[in-house]
Each structure stands twice: as structure tokens, then as C-alpha cells.
Design a protein around this ligand. Structure first.
Ligand SMILES: *Cc1c(COP(=O)(O)O)cnc(C)c1O
Length: 371
């Protein structure tokens, strides 16, 4: 069910985000969202205060909670904005100086974790508790027990570094300090033990749906922190009390996300997603590793992202030719992030095997032509 036959002249979108959505969701979305119902309103036109939309919201929450097995003492919020909004909402909401929680802890695993800590530094002193080495092959920060100072309100990790192509092989132990994860680019790509985290957030445009929506899963006790004077719409406690509807939530994105959650459960749930993602990533990484150095992957085995596969041509002067020829072959948006260069193929849930097979075939042919 998860995989769909490629159309005859397939074009594949390997963008990091907004990313490809499942074909079945796109096919369903037209009727589900844009056709007027008995009340004269198409789904996306319904008032967010009305029963129609509230039902969609409750459904989306329930489906997501079922997929992830979210424990009862967590709340699921559907908030407007992106992951970057969370970079500042975290310190705004979770610092609690009166209880001695004056600092925030961050692990530096690459591009997005550094962006997150730069933003947090505007509100609090940042303790950097772990760093990745920077030398090749790249790895996530080493996982020996982290010494997180007890005056830290939380410890933040970027579960999957979308730009660097680095993923944690396991979760760190942060003791009594709640672990907070930016899971934007790996959310719903595999099962996740929510109980290990105080808070998990993910903006939608990588693996959940369209941009404009961010899912936040937060442990209830963290909602009791007094918090700085966070603006109301950016306050987890107020949004939780109002069921994410303190103001108009991104209704279109929530509708679409609900269709994606459905598609994931129909396709076998997160275990099926994980094995499909493993299979796709293995296919691409082994094409890189068996190219006799024509292509190289900078990230160490065991730390390689399954969703964002980063690689380089040994002869970097061929990168532009590769991109041009790949686009002509129907393989699009493979340019690496400007900070790291090279190439990147994002293989989120909606990328079928056929897309990866087409890429691997093209890479072999390109290597023969230029090797
Ligand atoms: C894309 C991405 C972001 C930025 O998300 P926005 O929704 O654009 O703010 C942050 N963190 C990670 C890990 C990402 O992949």
C-alpha cells in the first residue's frame, strides 16, 4: 500500500522540505478539502470554532497519538508556525527562574542545533553539553552520560540533522533534566518512545504535510512551569487549555496532516515506515559506498540519517553537471544545503522505492560516463 507504481515519465522530488506528500493523500485531498458540504462550506472554509473542524482536529490528534503510542500524561498541540518558532518558544515557556531553572542545555550536532541554540541564547544562558567532532567521518555527539547542569530547564537535541545528514543512534541520558527534541525531519519515519522526552516538536513540511503547522508533544508537568511573559499565542499552557485553538490554527495543514496520519496507519504504521525507510536508505548508501570513491558519504555508519542522505562527488567540479543531468533525468532538488555543499537526497515516508531506484540507476550511469 505504501508504495505506488511510478508513472511512465516519473519525476521525483528529493527536496528536504516542503517535501513530497504521498500520492494517495494528494489524490484524496481534492475531494476531502475543496468540495462544499451540506452547510455550503468546503472543509478548509469551516470556522475553527465549529463542530466540523473540531472533529477533524480531535481525529488528527487521536490518530497521531495512536501511531506514536503517546502516553496519557502528554498533550498534543497543533500550532501555527515552523520549527523555528519553537526555538524561541522553548525558553519562553520552560525557563523557571523562581524554581532555579535559569539556564538551558543544548547539544551541538550540526546546523539546526546551532540555529536552535542561537535563538535560545537570546533568552537564557546556554550550556553546551555535547558536540560532534567535525572531523570525518561525521558522527552525532558521543552519548556517554551527559553532565547536564541541574539548573537547566531542559536539554535540547536535534534528533536528525537535516542539513548535515546526521542522526543519533540512540537517545542521550540527561538525568532529571527533561530531554527536548527537534524531530522535524525524522518525525513519523520510525517508532519513537515518547516517554523518553519532556517535549518533542516537528514542523509539518518534512514528513507530516504542508508548511505552516508544527506538532508539539509535551509532558503535562512542563505546562505548569510559570514561564516568562510569553505572548498568549506562543504559550504552551494557554494553547493546551484551548485545545490549540486560542486563535485560528492552520486548518488546511491540519486537515492534510490527518490524511497523512491515515495513510501511515493504512500502510502498516511506523514499523512499516521504518523498514521502508531503512530499505530505501540502504539502497542509496550502498550505491555510494560501492562506487569505488566516485561518490562519498561524509557521515559514519550508525550515524547516517535515513531521511536525509548526504553525499559528495570525489571531483566536486562535477557537482553542477550532476545536478543538471539528474534534473534532465527527472531527479530534482538534489543540491546539498549551501552551508555544506555537495548533494542531498531526502527520502521521507512519501518517497517510493521507485524514486530511489531511479536515482541509484542514474548515479551508476553518471559514474560510468565520468569515472
Ligand atoms: C527544516 C528544519 C527546521 C526549520 O523548520 P521551519 O519549519 O522552516 O522553521 C528546523 N529543524 C530541523 C531539524 C529542520 O529539518
Amino acid at each position: 500500500m505504501a508504495q505506488h507504481d511510478a508513472p511512465a515519465k516519473a519525476a521525483w522530488n528529493f527536496a528536504a522540505g516542503p517535501a513530497r506528500l504521498p500520492d494517495a493523500v494528494l489524490a484524496r485531498a481534492g475531494a476531502a478539502l475543496f468540495e462544499r458540504g451540506a452547510d455550503g462550506a468546503a472543509a478548509i472554509e469551516r470556522p475553527f470554532t465549529g463542530a466540523g473542524f473540531r472533529e477533524v482536529l480531535a481525529d488528527a490528534r487521536q490518530r497521531l497519538a495512536a501511531l506514536l503510542g503517546v502516553p496519557d500524561h502528554y498533550r498534543v498541540l497543533f500550532l501555527a508556525g515552523g520549527a523555528m518558532h519553537q526555538f524561541s518558544m522553548l525558553p519562553m515557556n520552560l525557563l523557571d527562574p523562581a524554581s532555579g531553572l535559569r539556564r538551558v542545555a543544548y547539544a551541538d550536532s550540526g546546523y539546526w542545533s546551532r540555529r536552535a541554540m542561537q535563538e535560545a541564547a537570546r533568552y537564557a544562558e546556554v550550556a553546551v553539553v555535547a558536540r560532534h567532532a567535525g572531523a570525518l567521518p561525521l558522527t552525532a555527539p558521543p552519548l556517554d552520560d551527559w553532565q547536564v547542569p541541574p539548573d537547566c530547564a531542559y536539554c535540547h537535541i536535534t534528533a536528525n540533522e537535516t542539513v548535515d545528514g546526521i542522526a543519533y543512534p540512540a537517545w542521550p541520558n540527561t538525568g532529571a533534566v527533561p530531554l527536548v527534541a527537534d524531530a522535524t525531519s525524522c518525525f513519523l519515519s520510525a517508532p519513537l518512545d515518547v516517554s523518553k522526552f519532556g517535549l518533542i516538536y516537528a514542523s509539518a513540511q518534512k514528513n507530516i504535510g504542508p508548511s505552516g503547522l508544527t506538532v508539539v508533544i509535551v509532558r503535562e508537568d512542563l505546562l505548569r512551569r510559570p514561564a516568562l511573559a510569553a505572548p498568549s499565542a506562543l504559550c504552551y499552557r494557554l494553547q493546551a487549555a484551548q485545545d490549540s485553538c486560542l486563535n485560528t490554527p492552520p486548518t488546511l495543514a491540519i486537515h492534510l496532516a490527518a490524511l497523512v496520519f491515515d495513510w501511515i496507519s493504512e500502510s502498516g504504521g511506523l514499523v512499516a515506515m521504518a523498514s521502508a525507510n531503512r530499505r530505501k536508505a540502504d539502497l542509496l548508501y550502498s550505491a555510494i559506498d560501492s562506487s569505488q570513491g566516485f561518490y562519498t558519504a561524509p557521515v559514519a555508519h550508525g550515524h547516517r540519517s535515513t531521511t536525509n542522505v548526504r553525499f559528495h562527488l570525489a571531483d566536486e567540479r562535477l557537482t553542477e553537471v550532476f545536478l543538471t543531468d539528474a534534473a534532465a533525468a527527472g531527479l530534482h532538488h538534489l543540491r546539498g544545503h549551501r552551508q555544506v555543499g555537495g548533494l542531498r537526497a531526502s527520502l521521507y515516508n512519501a518517497m517510493p522505492d521507485a524514486g530511489v531506484a531511479a536515482l541509484v540507476d542514474f548515479m551508476a550511469e553518471f559514474a560510468r560516463g565520468h569515472g
